[in-house]
Ligand binder design. Sequence first.
Ligand code: SF4
Length: 342
Amino acid sequence: MKKTSADVLPVEGGFGNEPLLAVDNLHVEFHTRQGTVRAVNGVSYTVSAGETLAVLGESGSGKSVTAQAIMGILDVPPAVIPKGEIRFKGTDLLKLTEEARTQVRGQRVAMIFQDALSALNPVFTVGWQISEMFRVHRGMSKADAMKKAVELMDRVRIPAARQRVNDYPHQFSGGMRQRIMIAMSIALDPEVLIADEPTTALDVTVQAQIMELLAELQRESQMGLILITHDLGVVADVADKIAVMYAGRIVENAPVHDIYKGPAHPYTKGLLDSIPRVDLKGQDLYAIKGLPPNLLDLPTGCAFHPRCPYRQDNCVTDHPPLHEISGTRGSACHYWREVLDD
Ligand code: SF4
């Protein structure tokens, strides 16, 4: 098939004032027998080189589906992208052929999945799995690719990498397996790395080590990092800015320090209040009331209204747009001023 100009990504620096990655008014639907699941409803965010964006929300908020759309790994059908753009260096990835998309995936934009044990193949050694990236994408010999695998294992701080390169995934701890996944994701020097709940399955001390490792790798290579999480506690030290998602929409976006100083959306406030605090020992833990909405049948008006302590009558009928609070901050709440002043 003849290639179009959209198949060729622009060269370094050829994307003007565009951020490295821009998701613009993205919609993703799943057409099921029960009806249309509106998983992503007009999401926009950007990430620049060397910047970390944390995308936050409960399960079903659309954060992982947005990431899968960026990677081009959604099953189409049942998934459909009826609207929106995903621009990488100014080129809309959604307009690329599958062949061109494959060139971007893993090499320019890579992803770390949350469950390292199921993402790694149990019947191949970790060295084989890491070195395959170099054999397939860089055409390296088996010996050279294995040497690179050892280097990468060293880089993600796996002790005795040279001895352990021929071990199988089950011979590593959960934290070490996640390091192997990180090694595979950065093998081809991607410019954007998406980490989908990279620490969920790990205990707290290992979580901190993995977050530190990601921050360090990002500093070294100036990648744009998109960190997907449901836990506001893990992003404070590593993120530059936060996008909070609810029912497939961004309900608040802001530089990280603004959010911690004072949230401007009741849902963000609920997430912050749910973080356990040592100074409140003995008191009941706060939990946001109710459950996330059914995406087959979203509530009218503001999708958060059935759970919102700030709800007024108009919240049930009027959908709140993302109000601009400042040049870098927005809130999709009619009463964001009250929340901010609280
Ligand atoms: Fe709550 Fe209304 Fe704001 Fe929605 S618009 S978050 S229901 S106060």
